[in-house]
Design a protein around this ligand. Structure first.
Ligand code: NAG
Length: 255
């Protein structure tokens, strides 16, 4: 009886310190979602694998810590893990590790649309966004169950992507990605398209004009997503929700 009461108390404590997250694949094809939690700034981890197969119309629900920082979820396309599992096992979004992404280095290979969170950050706010900073590979939406704003890029940005940015392509020649201009930069560590090096100071040092043509293409089709690294001044890149609402988040691929 005592043991049972302790067990219920622990269950309550766990419920109060985590949020439910649902990842739904509304694409009419299989994708392989992935999740990364930078280990240096996170002590607690989601209670779900870092990589899984999601058939069309399938969903999974799991818990993420209430103070999850810089956590991200993305999708992988056209994967085959049977030979040489690793970042090149997928046409887009692949990670170190293969199906299950490496805990320390398992970020996605660009181009990849990202959903990103900082839970309960400064001001007691959850921050979240859908990012095209690392390019595009799947339409995505992040929504809440408490009426906070929707972050999204619901459009397939592959077919009309500017020619130099378009790709990679599947075996039928269909573009399953659209690269950001940062990806095309000759020196990514010092580039106005990546807001790196001498352009790293902030929006005043790195206007969106340095990331053309991808910025205009991304932002005109997906205004409620991050179009380049310092897109906050657009007012439609980074979204917030009071942490006190304990929002549960749903990520929808191909919304
Ligand atoms: C947010 O963080 C503060 C400071 O650590 C903490 O007191 C508060 O309970 C947290 N709120 C939520 C909703 O997790």
């Amino acid at each position: 009886m005592v043991a049972l009461r302790i067990a219920s108390a622990l269950a309550l404590a766990a419920a109060a310190s985590a949020r439910k997250m649902t990842v739904y694949n509304a694409c009419p094809f299989t994708i392989w979602p992935a999740m990364y939690t930078p280990p240096d700034i996170n002590s607690a981890l989601p209670d779900h694998t870092t990589g899984w197969e999601a058939p069309a119309w399938s969903s999974v629900t799991f818990n993420v810590p209430d103070d999850w920082q810089s956590g991200r979820i993305w999708g992988r396309r056209n994967c085959d893990f049977s030979t040489n599992p690793g970042p090149n096992s997928c046409l887009t979004g692949g990670c170190n590790g293969g199906l299950v992404c490496d805990h320390y280095s398992g970020t996605g290979v660009p181009p990849a649309t990202l959903a990103e969170w900082t839970m309960n950050g400064s001001g007691g706010l959850d921050n979240y966004d859908v990012s095209l900073v690392d390019g595009y590979n799947l339409p995505m939406r992040v929504s809440t169950n408490v009426g906070c704003p929707v972050a999204e890029c619901p459009v397939d940005l592959g077919p009309n992507c500017p020619a130099a940015n378009k790709g990679p392509f599947d075996s039928s020649g269909f573009p399953v990605g659209c690269k950001s201009d940062c990806q095309l930069a000759s020196v990514p560590s010092n580039s106005p398209a990546c807001c790196s090096g001498q352009w790293a100071g902030g929006p005043q040092d790195c206007p969106s004009s340095g990331a053309e043509p991808s910025y205009s293409y991304f932002k005109s089709n997906c205004p409620n997503a991050y179009g380049y690294a310092y897109d906050e001044p657009s007012g439609t890149a980074l979204w917030t929700c009071p942490a006190s609402k304990y929002a549960e988040y749903t990520v929808t691929f191909c919304p």
